[in-house]
Design a protein around this ligand. Structure first.
Ligand code: AHG
Ligand code: MN
Ligand code: MN
Length: 362
């Protein structure tokens, strides 16, 4: 078997068209994130032995209870970003405000936004969890970043990525030049050396068709009509207008969900619902939706909030929530068309089934 490329080698190749100083800065920044994630992987992999299970007795910026692993992962990310001279500052799910690099807040050329531990509810169940990150330009490099420095649409991201802590630890990232997948070599890192990530797949493409969808069906009564229609049609299967059977999955870790879509296609939705009118969705735009949207689009898929491309949305606040619908392009096109005409004849009602998902007759 030929020698696999390391993260640095693969990125140098991927960024060969960029100015050398830009390529170096991006490789260093991704390298810092990769080292933090290798340590999170180690902590997560030790399970109860690391003493990192359970609640931390604190709450995050949005009042949600923090797990110990949320806090420890956030500290590891902060620590490694602070050591990177290209990073001016960062913002995390776990902090209300953005943070400044101790030494590089003025000179750093990048801002990093991240969800240090995605899928926290799965930690104790030993189900896959992840980290999501995004690198943005610090447009006014030379000045201290402020909250408004971060209010950039997703299509300005220079890098988007996630790390999946599953049976293997896998990093999937894009520098806007396709999607690369790396696997953490867990045998590396002896004698205090940095751990190695090896390129295991490149030019990742999401199949345009799928027969698989993921949604938290317990929220069905709160969904809007276009989503009700789409899911009902999938569930109607061979007997419905889609004339094929679908399969459903829900891991409750967005990273695991998106990774499945990256490997075999599918649709993931956390749509707008009517539970809490103040919260138009569950997921956060800057460090969950936007990076995943860029990865999905770079892999040939599509990511929307129902009516608009997620990458076009300009955030108002760091922790803004947004509806998320992403995955195989043909399915997302269909869901957008249902949103564009929510009053059109709901044909699935013609295919009466005994499904749990059949919408009550008005
Ligand atoms: P986090 O653990 O960072 O708060 O994010 C969890 C997110 C996402 O990963 C997942 O898709 C969703 O929340 C799960 O929501 P439900 O609890 O409604 O299933
Ligand atoms: Mn999350
Ligand atoms: Mn999180």
């Amino acid at each position: 078997m030929h020698e696999m490329l390391t993260l640095e080698q693969a990125l140098a190749q991927n960024l060969s068209d960029a100015a050398p100083e830009v390529a170096t800065a991006l490789i260093d920044t991704i390298g810092a994130i990769a080292q933090a994630c290798a340590r999170i992987s180690d902590l997560a992999g030790q399970g109860m032995l690391a003493g990192a299970h359970g609640l931390a007795d604190s709450a995050n910026s949005q009042g949600e209870a923090q797990k110990k692993l949320d806090v420890l992962s956030d500290e590891l990310m902060s620590h490694h970003l602070d050591g990177c001279r290209h990073v001016a500052g960062w913002a995390s799910e776990e902090h209300e405000c953005h943070l400044l690099s101790k030494q590089h807040a003025r000179k750093g050329r990048y801002l990093v936004v991240y969800d240090p531990l995605d899928g926290s509810s799965n930690i104790e169940a030993n189900i896959s969890i992840g980290t999501i990150f995004s690198v943005l330009p610090h447009v006014y490099s030379g000045m201290l970043p402020t909250d408004s420095s971060y209010m950039q649409p997703g299509h300005e991201q220079l890098v988007a990525g996630y790390v999946l802590y599953g049976p293997a630890t896998i990093m999937v990232l894009s520098c806007r030049r396709g999607v690369l997948m790396f696997t953490l070599d867990k045998r590396s890192g002896a004698h205090g050396e940095p751990m190695r990530w090896l390129l295991t797949q490149e030019a990742v493409q999401i199949p345009a068709h799928t027969k698989e969808f993921a949604i938290n069906a317990s929220n069905q009564r709160f969904w809007e009509k276009p989503v009700q229609r789409y899911i009902a049609e999938c569930v109607a299967g061979e007997n419905g207008p889609r004339m094929k059977d679908f399969n459903m999955r829900w891991v409750a870790s967005m990273v695991a969900e998106v990774h499945r879509i990256m490997t075999r296609g599918g649709v993931f939705m956390y749509p707008r619902d009517t539970r809490e009118p103040r919260k138009p969705g569950r997921l956060r735009l800057m460090y969950e939706a936007a990076p995943m949207a860029m990865l999905v689009e770079q892999a040939g898929g599509r990511a929307v909030n129902g009516t608009s491309e997620l990458l076009d949305l300009i955030p108002d606040t760091l922790h803004q929530r947004v509806p998320v619908i992403l995955g195989s392009r043909e399915e997302i096109d269909r869901i957008v068309s249902y949103h564009a005409d929510p009053h059109e004849n709901v044909s699935w009602q013609l295919f009466k089934t005994r499904s749990l998902f059949v919408q009550p007759q008005a």
